[in-house]
Ligand binder design. Structure first.
Ligand SMILES: [Zn+2]
Length: 550
């Protein structure tokens, strides 16, 4: 009886309803504490879902009254519901493969790391590589980094290669050195070095930058198409558990795009993906007539990715003022402005969104000049230029970002997780880094972005980091850039949707949008900000289906 129901609904007044006559809600969540992130209806008690979309949002009475015979009802016992979180810059396909074959060394003692590596060694024949990743020398309780001796004693029969979380350095054992024929007399390769003990001259097993290549060349990388799909399945599951419902792959390839499609087809994709394409692959896409936006709400072609300067966690971002304690070090520009422009021009003209890795103020200035020139020479309506990371800013950069309508994607968890690395930027600069307060005040829409693996992706850690600007040891970095919890949630939801041109599709709990949400075990608005990270994620829903239930 659609007519009578419509009349009935009209009488409800405040109830927000999606105007599809034919559908009935198939699921109703009620008795919930809903924060919708929809300014027209910020709070609600109940949500009706139909065919994977939000159908109605309102009070318990209003929404339960819509229940038809077949509608399932779930009493959420007062628990908090937020829109699903959007990680607007991450590397899921690559991280998934890492998790498939490497040992996660994000552990708090060297003994734990060695035990995890030994466990992996026990599963494979002697002589095969044991690989680790996400090791961070500043994160173990031992107060010293891994050594050759540690690795030799724990793993005498397997070559070992343990990568730093930042990805630029690694630790190896003697068997790995033997296989690569690197010894005390081997000269350092250009752009890299094999660390040596200053007293004895012997190798320490720590290898940096290009010195890693000797080992990487020997490590098999023969992944099958199934491996790529399995990797996506694994990382998607990990993300679902934390409340992420959409993710942007910030350095995608045609192979990654295929892996996301394969995972979706086999029913293993539990997060929606906006897949950027690295500029080296762009010609294939242009030739095929593909551009930003192709796909659907599960797997969509994203922006063209370029890289302008270095990294924040490894302290190579290009800065106008030198790093603290290194008066001659301003960081690295990876690309020349003219090159960036040349690569961008074709893609911009063909309708691609641009996303350029730019961390330091010089990197951001350079990237903005390229975007400004593109828009001047070939104006496009609503190009939504992205500044990937956009870490170190100043007032004039913020004004230019605003004028261009560009989107910064600052690291969300770095202050909390990588706090100890911040001293090399200095207190003054920290007041202009991960500058959410400045962006929001200027009317810019920054996103939540983990850059996983380098940064943890848990949205609850992001909220705490952004609201408190405090690291895990209690030190505050750049207090001026604190934002409110409400703002941090907007950054992690609707702003992420805007960054992929999907703000009409997702990012808030309102009728007609995709039913992507998260159920929390505690109301973050009633939680001490320093405890937000411990907020339990009880359930995650994508498209009306639970993809995670604790
Ligand atoms: Zn990245």
């Amino acid at each position: 009886m659609p007519t009578s129901r419509r009349e009935f609904i009209a009488g409800l007044g405040a109830l927000a309803l999606f105007p599809i006559e034919r559908s009935e809600p198939d699921l109703i969540l009620h008795n919930a504490n809903v924060w919708t992130v929809n300014p027209r209806q910020p709070r609600a008690q109940a949500i009706a879902i139909s065919n994977g979309n939000f159908y109605a949002i309102g009070t318990n009475e209003e929404v339960l009254a819509l229940a038809a015979g077949s509608a399932k009802k779930i009493d959420l016992a007062g628990h908090t519901v937020l829109p699903g979180f959007i990680d607007a810059h991450s590397h899921p396909a690559e991280a998934g493969l890492d998790h498939l074959r490497m040992v996660d060394c994000d552990l708090r003692s060297i003994a734990d790391i060695l035990a995890a590596l030994r466990k992996q060694a026990a599963k494979i024949p002697p002589g095969q590589w044991v690989l680790g990743f996400k090791y961070d020398d500043t994160k173990t309780s031992d107060g010293r980094p891994l050594t050759l001796k540690d690795l030799d004693e724990a793993l005498p029969d397997h070559p070992v290669f343990v990568e730093h979380r930042g990805g630029h350095t690694a630790w190896v054992n003697s068997l790995a050195l033997k296989l690569t024929k690197v010894d005390d007399n081997t000269p350092d390769p250009p752009g890299g070095n094999y660390d040596r003990d200053p007293d004895t001259g012997h190798l320490t097993g720590h290898v940096r930058e290009n010195a890693k290549q000797a080992f990487q060349q020997l490590i098999p990388t023969n992944f099958t198409r199934d491996d790529h799909r399995e990797g996506v399945k694994l990382i998607a599951k990990m993300m679902s558990r934390t409340g992420i419902t959409s993710v942007t792959d910030a350095l995608g390839s045609p192979q990654d795009l295929r892996a996301y499609q394969d995972a979706r087809e086999s029913g293993d994709l539990s997060v929606r993906v906006y897949c950027s394409i690295f500029f080296l692959h762009i010609q294939h896409m242009l030739d095929a007539g593909i551009r930003t936006g192709l796909g659907d709400e599960w797997v969509r072609v994203g922006f063209m990715k370029m890289i302008c300067d270095g990294s924040i966690s490894e302290r190579t971002a290009r800065l106008s003022q030198p790093y603290i304690g290194r008066p001659n070090d301003f960081g690295i520009l990876v690309s020349i402005e003219d090159e960036l422009y040349e690569h961008s021009r074709k893609a911009h003209e063909a309708g691609w969104q641009m996303g350029t890795h730019a961390n330091g103020d010089v990197g951001i200035d350079t990237t903005l000049r390229v975007y400004e020139r593109l828009q001047k020479e070939m104006p496009r309506r609503d190009p939504r230029f992205r500044l990937e990371h956009c870490t170190v800013v100043n007032d004039s950069l913020v004004q230019r970002i605003k004028a261009l309508g560009a989107i910064p994607t600052p690291f969300s968890t770095y202050v909390y997780y990588h706090g100890e690395k911040m001293k090399e930027y200095g207190a003054e600069r920290l007041d202009h880094m991960f500058a959410l307060r400045s962006f929001i005040d200027a009317g810019i829409r920054p996103t939540q972005a983990s850059d996983y693996p380098p940064g943890p992706f848990e949205p609850m850690m992001a909220l705490q980091s952004e609201v408190t600007r405090t690291d895990s040891k209690g030190t505050v970095w750049g207090a001026k850039q604190k934002i409110t919890l409400e703002e941090a949630i907007r950054v992690g939801t609707v702003h992420g949707a805007y960054a992929s041109y999907e703000e009409n599709l997702k990012g808030s709990i309102e009728p007609g949008k995709l039913a992507d949400l998260v159920v929390l075990g505690r109301d973050p608005f009633k939680t001490e900000p320093s405890q937000l990270i411990n907020t339990p994620v009880e359930r995650t829903m994508v498209g009306g289906r639970w993809v995670w239930e604790a």
